[in-house]
Design a protein around this ligand. Structure first.
Ligand code: GSH
Length: 81
């Protein structure tokens, strides 16, 4: 199991941007593709209190997760770049 887990959707451009950055940095990660139905994202909601994607789980983060592609990309460049 990887240290990093990305909750995302394949049809989401923000998710794609994060996947591209993870690939560019050569980082291994697990991917959980969430339901296209907003209301069926209970696992994500229980973990983060919101249902949007992408969300990156990273044990090096104080909160354990980040939920905005700009913030995720900045975090990855800063910590793994
Ligand atoms: N500002 C956010 C936007 C993310 C966003 O709009 N994601 C869409 C899917 S592409 C989503 O999850 N929409 C449902 C929601 O916002 O709860 C980011 O850059 O990550």
């Amino acid at each position: 199991m990887s240290e990093l887990t990305l909750y995302d959707r394949r049809d989401c451009p923000y998710s794609e941007r994060v996947r591209d950055k993870l690939d560019q940095l050569g980082l291994d990660y697990d991917e959980t593709v969430v339901s296209d139905k907003h209301t069926d994202r209970e696992e994500l909601y229980e973990l983060t209190g919101q249902r949007g994607v992408p969300v990156l789980f990273d044990p090096t983060l104080e909160s354990g997760w980040l939920a905005d592609s700009d913030e995720i990309v900045s975090h990855l460049e800063r910590t793994h770049g």
